[in-house]
Design a protein around this ligand. Structure first.
Ligand SMILES: Cc1cc2nc3c(=O)[nH]c(=O)nc-3n(C[C@H](O)[C@H](O)[C@H](O)COP(=O)(O)O)c2cc1C
Length: 188
């Protein structure tokens, strides 16, 4: 598959097979992030891999899924992520003010690499940072930006051209539809 095909195929996944992801694959995803562009090449991002079931459950309790269709988009017991990656900013590395751009680029590297492995991902920004920082004992010199939920994909969301709403929705068969603005509407 070409990179373009993977980009078009990748969708946010919120239903996961209950199959462990090999640690080497999780490290490969971070290695993809490591090679992302970074403002002034300062590389302020750090990551925590969470894949022990007990901590994964604790983290799961502190994230919010799919607000537009709540609670329909929340993974059920046998659909939960099997791992998370926490995305952190190291405050001891000089700030450029472009950390969020660095994050976007690094996270997409993770997403595309995961997608090519059949692993579904969901970026989670609606999280209880205080609880997660305490669960993971994250030291004060890091900012917890977001989490990435991971697991082998167990759903196939459908991207479609946006007509009047950008809100994703589920059809009567339970498939998730994700409206994307039309090409002619975004090229000015
Ligand atoms: C910055 C950011 C924060 C997000 N936070 C959440 C979140 O907290 N919970 C969630 O279920 N999805 C979250 N998402 C996933 C979006 O809902 C998803 O990307 C969007 O619906 C488009 O779907 P797609 O990724 O399949 O193209 C987030 C995405 C981004 C880029």
């Amino acid at each position: 598959m070409s990179i373009y095909e993977i980009i078009l195929q990748r969708r946010t996944i919120r239903k996961y097979k209950q199959r462990k992801i090999d640690k080497d694959i999780l490290k490969k995803l971070i290695n993809a992030a490591r090679h992302a562009p970074s403002a002034a090449n300062l590389q302020p991002l750090k990551y925590i891999i969470i894949d022990d079931p007990e901590t994964v459950s604790k983290i799961f309790e502190n994230v919010k899924w799919a607000v537009y269709i709540y609670p329909e988009g929340t993974p059920k017991e046998d659909e939960k992520p099997v791992a998370f990656i926490a995305v952190l900013i190291d405050k001891e590395i000089k700030s450029t003010g472009y950390e969020l751009l660095d994050i976007g680029l690094a996270v997409q590297n993770i997403f595309l690499t995961a997608c090519a492995e059949g692993i579904g991902t969901c970026l989670l920004a609606a999280i209880n940072r205080e609880k997660i920082i305490s669960t993971l004992s994250i030291p004060e010199n890091y900012t917890l930006n977001s989490l990435i939920a991971l697991g082998y994909a167990d759903e196939k969301p459908i991207a479609e051209e946006c007509e009047d709403s950008i809100k994703y929705y589920k059809d009567q068969d339970g498939a998730l539809h994700v409206p994307k603005r039309k090409l002619q509407d975004i090229i000015l």
